[in-house]
Design a protein around this ligand. Structure first.
Ligand code: T46
Length: 181
């Protein structure tokens, strides 16, 4: 009922939920705590669900919340297609500074689990996209931080089609070398 693929970043997984199709359409359990814990070995209590709508070329991120407000996230595209990107910002991690990306679409039903200590962002590849994600900590504006999307040290391949659309806030995010987690 829940397929899991481990990435090269410890604790970061791609999950795919089972779809039941019939002559009406389809049904799927988009989240099941027991199955999530059994598949990942992680006990995560999500407390906040987020949803954002973006048009083609929009890039949101890379974001994280600092310190005790760090958030683990479970991200999926419920409409359209995005390139989801995570960066390992855990100082003691053997993959510190490495990134992983995955195409999430409403069709492939892939979900990316982003552990605490990671920065997260996505680039919108379809005309429109709706991304939903569960967070295991509440939003704390004062704890918000992030990394500029085109940091040369990270050299993330965003699969850009032209100049991305970012918020003023995101255009002023710091370099990876200057962040405080
Ligand atoms: C994240 C968040 C934002 N807001 C308010 C704050 C702003 O007035 C407005 C837009 O926020 P922001 O521009 O930070 O939204 P995104 O750029 O989509 O931020 C998200 O983008 C990347 C992909 C992430 O992974 C983060 O979870 C999140 O930071 O929503 C809230 O009220 N609650 C929240 O949890």
């Amino acid at each position: 009922m829940l397929d899991i693929v481990h990435t090269q970043l410890e604790g970061c997984f791609v999950l795919t939920t089972k779809v039941f199709k019939d002559n009406r359409g389809w049904f799927s359990e988009s989240y099941h705590q027991n199955r999530f814990e059994k598949a990942t070995g992680y006990k995560v209590d999500f407390v906040q669900d987020n949803e954002s709508y973006s048009t083609e070329g929009v890039l949101r991120g890379l974001h994280f919340q600092k310190g005790e407000y760090a958030q683990a996230k479970l991200v999926r595209a419920v409409y359209g297609k995005v390139l989801d990107v995570v960066v390992d910002c855990r100082k003691n991690s053997p993959t510190f500074g490495q990134y992983f990306s995955e195409i999430l679409t409403s069709e492939n039903r892939k979900q990316l689990f982003v552990p605490k200590g990671f920065a997260h962002g996505f680039y919108t590849l379809s005309k429109e996209a709706i991304v939903q994600y569960k967070c295991d900590n509440y939003y704390h504006k004062e704890a918000e931080s992030g990394i500029i999307y085109n940091d040369p040290e990270l050299a993330i391949d965003w699969q850009l089609n032209g100049r991305p659309v970012l918020s003023e806030k995101d255009l002023q995010l710091p370099r990876f070398k200057d962040i405080e987690i």
